[in-house]
Design a protein around this ligand. Structure first.
Ligand code: IPD
Length: 276
């Protein structure tokens, strides 16, 4: 009689985090080295301003290869090469360079973003298990493990009690679609007199980590993709924040709001007003 094949062992979250961090650091070194040379646009995607460099592609290929070597049964979903589910139930959601336009221009504010989620690469159905957001230019690294807290380097993160909305520093970003950008700009103009100020830093994953670190009080954006917010979203949640869509929905391409729970309803009211 043959004994049944045991199910594959479930990796511990600290093991997954260590692997994600190793891979992010290796990709980060490659990206930073490539930035010392000339970086050019390799292709355009959803619009003429939505660009990809060869370094985005090479970094994603490296990350994908390292994951496949270490965890061949896991799924993979990356910004540059797509992907799908594996047989283990875990999916790696990857943006090799979040903030590609910053990277192209040499603005030192871009990130390798790697998350491991239980389930598919869909924020309505995934449970994020670990997240790593690493800025190769500054050396800052944000990490989170579900139930295990969020960290910047070795320092635990906790979102401070929020100010009132009129004193809140609000981060956002704009879609690549020109017509939608126009409407977003008009809405932000209506928001400006009602908050402390606006920041558009150009890297969604770092916007989320900045919220977790208390560097901004609110972050919201439309048309984000799963790879933009999977890792940073877990960092926010583990720092005591929430990441939601509109009216109680899960975050999606339609809308993502990240904020301290005490400020959510004021932010929702403001968004309703400026969009009306
Ligand atoms: C972009 C950045 C940007 C955000 C865009 C994203 P990419 O990611 O995160 O801040 O406003 O929506 O697409 O294209 O540089 O990986």
């Amino acid at each position: 009689m043959t004994s049944p094949v045991p199910p594959p062992a479930r990796p511990s979250d600290p093991d997954l985090l260590a692997l994600a961090l190793d891979i992010a650091e290796e990709a980060g070194r490659m990206i930073a080295t490539a930035r010392e040379g000339t970086v050019t646009v390799a292709d355009r995607k959803s619009s003429s301003t939505d660009v990809v460099t060869q370094v985005d592609r090479d970094a994603e290929a490296l990350i994908r290869q390292r994951i496949a070597e270490a965890r061949p049964d896991d799924g993979f979903f990356g910004e540059e090469s797509g992907g799908g589910e594996g047989s283990s139930g875990l999916t790696w959601v990857v943006d090799p360079i979040d903030g590609t336009v910053n990277y192209l221009y040499g603005i030192p504010h871009y990130a390798v973003s790697i998350a491991v989620v239980e389930g598919p690469a869909d924020p309505a159905h995934w449970v994020e298990r670990v997240g790593v957001v690493l800025n190769p230019a500054s050396g800052e690294t944000f990490t989170a493990v579900r139930g295990g807290g969020a960290f910047r380097g070795g320092r635990a993160l906790r979102i401070p009690s929020p100010p009132t909305l009129d004193q809140a520093l609000v981060a956002t970003g704009f879609a690549y679609d020109a017509e939608l950008r126009g409407r977003q700009g008009a809405a932000v103009a209506r928001m400006l007199p009602r908050v402390r100020d606006i920041r558009r830093l150009g890297t969604a994953s770092l916007d989320l980590c900045n919220l977790a670190a208390g560097r901004v009080d609110v972050y919201f954006e439309r048309t984000l993709n799963p790879w933009d917010h999977a890792a940073g979203g877990l960092v926010v949640q583990e720092a005591g924040g929430i990441v939601v869509g509109r009216a109680g929905a899960a975050p999606s391409r339609d809308f993502l709001i990240a904020v301290h729970p005490e400020l959510l309803s004021a932010v929702e009211d403001l968004l309703d007003d400026i969009e009306a």
